[in-house]
Structures are given as structure tokens and as C-alpha cells.
Write a protein that binds this ligand. Structure first.
Ligand code: 5RP
Length: 251
């Protein structure tokens, strides 16, 4: 018998695999390229938006951006922005926001979003609803065919008063989608409390909601509901960072 000795192939450099956090940072830095001096900026919440806020702080410190006013979408982002020396204001004083940059939990092909896994959906919706431009930043794992399609929660902020009653109403309202409603818990098993003193009910859907606008209206008609995490027709741009590069989708 004989043994064939194969020539060793020329060494290839190993492929560079980026972590999810590195992809988030790439999307965030790309979005900050849209920021100009003098802008009123909506500052998002979450691990992706955090990179954008860090970058804005860095550019201010380097003098490459000037006269920025930040409108934070959560207490957490407010703290981060303050620590970076970003001047802050609110929607009372600045009812029109030039540009908001924020992450999302899901992005559908029409650029509709699910947000709020971090629990900041109400302030995010208020600030991003007041924006001329809303640039959403995600890594490619957030792309879905339809909202609710990731199997992850669709969050709804509700008042604490008789929350079980409201949770049941939510579940019944979306029963055609096989909805299961669960109260979100905090770290110690107590109910999670939002920046606004409310609770979050996470909706798990087995099927697509179909007409999203109708589902949105039905949810918002339930007394006890404050706001839900579907952001329909709000993002003007979505920046997706993936292993093969950056994709920019415009509405
Ligand atoms: C918080 C949000 C976040 O933008 C969303 O949960 C994405 O978070 P991350 O960037 O950490 O993946 O809506 O309410």
C-alpha cells in the first residue's frame, strides 16, 4: 500500500469573526456620522445606543462636534451622557429633535421595529416620535420577517394598578396570534419597574399579528396600557452591521 502525502495548502489568514458587540459598535459609529454641530439629538438606550452616546461624547471632547443638545430616552442614558459631559435638555424645552439614534430588538422588512427589551420604550417613543430623522442601529441578528418573529418578547408598558387584569386583556386582544402575556420581573424576582413607575408585560406571539396598525390600535385602546413597543413607520433609516459589512436601509 502507499500513502499519499498531500501538499500543505498555503496558509490562509484566519477569518476575522466580529463579536455581536463589535457589530453593534460599527452600526453605532456609522450613525454618528450623520450628527452635525448644533443638532438637538435624541439619545437612545441599550447596549447598541450606548456606543453611539460614547462616540458623541468623544467627538464633543475632541472639539469635532459643537453645541449639541442631548435628549436622553432613559435615566440610564441620562447618567451616561452626564458622565461624558454632553449638555442635556428635554422635550418641554426642545419639542423638535433633529436626529435620534437608538437600537431595536427587531426590524421587519418595512423598517417597523420592536423596542423595549431594555424597558425604555415609552420615553423612546416620545423622543423618537418628535424627531425629524430617526436612525435605528442594529446588528444583523435583529432582522425578522415579521414583528414578533424572533420569538422574543413584544413589551407593553402598563400601570401597576390591577396589572393582571390588563395582562389578561392584552392576551385576549391578541389571541389570534397565540399570545401569552407575562409580567416582566426584575433581578430579585420583584416586578420590573420602568423609569415612569410602571410595569412591563412581555407578549410572546406564536403567529404574526397580521395588520400591525390594527393590533397597535387595539392594544392602545385597553385602559391600563400606557404604550407598546411596536414602532411603526418611525425609523427613517436603519443601519445594519453584519459579518459582510454595513447595510443602510432608508424609508
Ligand atoms: C430599550 C430598547 C433597545 O434599543 C433595544 O432593547 C435594543 O437593545 P440592545 O442595543 O442592547 O440590543 O428598545 O428599551
Amino acid at each position: 500500500s502507499s500513502m499519499e502525502v498531500l501538499a500543505t495548502p498555503p496558509s490562509l489568514s484566519p477569518p476575522v469573526v466580529l463579536t455581536q458587540d463589535e457589530l453593534k459598535k460599527i452600526a453605532a459609529y456609522k450613525a454618528v456620522e450623520f450628527v452635525e454641530s448644533g443638532m438637538v439629538l435624541g439619545l437612545g438606550t441599550g447596549s447598541t445606543a450606548k456606543h453611539a452616546v460614547d462616540r458623541i461624547g468623544e467627538l464633543l471632547r475632541l472639539g469635532k462636534l459643537k453645541n449639541i443638545v442631548g435628549i436622553p430616552t432613559s435615566k440610564k442614558t441620562q447618567e451616561q451622557a452626564l458622565s461624558l459631559g454632553i449638555p442635556l435638555s428635554d422635550l418641554n424645552s426642545h419639542p423638535t429633535v433633529d436626529l435620534a439614534i437608538d437600537g431595536a430588538d427587531e426590524v421587519d422588512p418595512h423598517l417597523n421595529l420592536v423596542k423595549g427589551r431594555g424597558g425604555s420604550l415609552l420615553r423612546e417613543k416620545m423622543v423618537e416620535g418628535a424627531c425629524k430623522k430617526f436612525v435605528c442601529i442594529v446588528d444583523e441578528s435583529k432582522l425578522v420577517n415579521h414583528l414578533g418573529g424572533s420569538g422574543l418578547a413584544m413589551p407593553v408598558e402598563i400601570v401597576p394598578f390591577c396589572w393582571e387584569f390588563t395582562a389578561r386583556k392584552l392576551q385576549n386582544t391578541l389571541e389570534d396570534s397565540g399570545c401569552v402575556a407575562k409580567l416582566r420581573n426584575g433581578a430579585k424576582g420583584e416586578p420590573f419597574v420602568t423609569d415612569n413607575g410602571n410595569y412591563i408585560v412581555d407578549l410572546y406571539l406564536q403567529k404574526s399579528m397580521g395588520d400591525l396598525r390594527a393590533a397597535s390600535d387595539a392594544i392602545l385602546r385597553i385602559a391600563g396600557v400606557v404604550e407598546h413597543g411596536m414602532f411603526l413607520d418611525m425609523a427613517t433609516t436603519v443601519i445594519v452591521a453584519g459579518e459582510l459589512g454595513i447595510t443602510i436601509k432608508n424609508k
